[in-house]
Design a binder for this molecule. Structure first.
Ligand code: HEM
Length: 109
């Protein structure tokens, strides 16, 4: 077990835990107020705060999920640690690219 990766996975989990609670609270708030997609976009577009919030979320989940996938592949597949690492990095970069695209769609003016 790689201690640095272990610490990164725990640290990113600790970052995501409060972020996911805020995200769920925002979903409830928007649903209760009956906000439409354009109402939501009117609030998020141009907001540096929401860009930072969801940008941090995307960074944390990309790192966290990639490390987790690396562990799972290493333990459960015949891949060597090195190859499991390459697959995990590819997966992490894919998550980061999709996430950044999604954040850009809601915060860019
Ligand atoms: C609030 C969100 C999340 C929290 C608090 C969280 C927390 C954790 C914790 C505490 C671990 C165990 C780390 C260890 O002791 O080795 C873990 C493992 C893992 N997480 Fe997450 N996680 C979250 C979201 C996610 C997401 C969104 C994904 C995937 C897209 C994910 C994928 C994994 C994987 C694959 C593992 C490794 C399982 C293993 O080693 O057997 N997690 N997570």
């Amino acid at each position: 077990m790689n201690v640095r990766l272990y610490v990164w996975q725990r640290a990113t989990a600790a970052i995501m835990a409060p972020l996911v609670l805020v995200h769920i609270a925002v979903i409830f708030y928007a649903a209760r107020r009956g906000l439409s997609a354009s109402d939501v976009l009117a609030r998020t577009r141009g907001s540096i705060a929401w860009a930072a919030f969801y940008g941090l979320f995307v960074a944390a989940v990309s790192i966290h999920a990639a490390i987790g996938l690396r562990n799972v592949l290493h333990e459960w597949s015949p891949l060597t640690e090195r190859r499991a690492g390459f697959c995990a990095i590819g997966f992490g970069l894919l998550l980061a690219a999709l996430g950044i695209r999604a954040v850009a769609a809601v915060v860019l003016p």
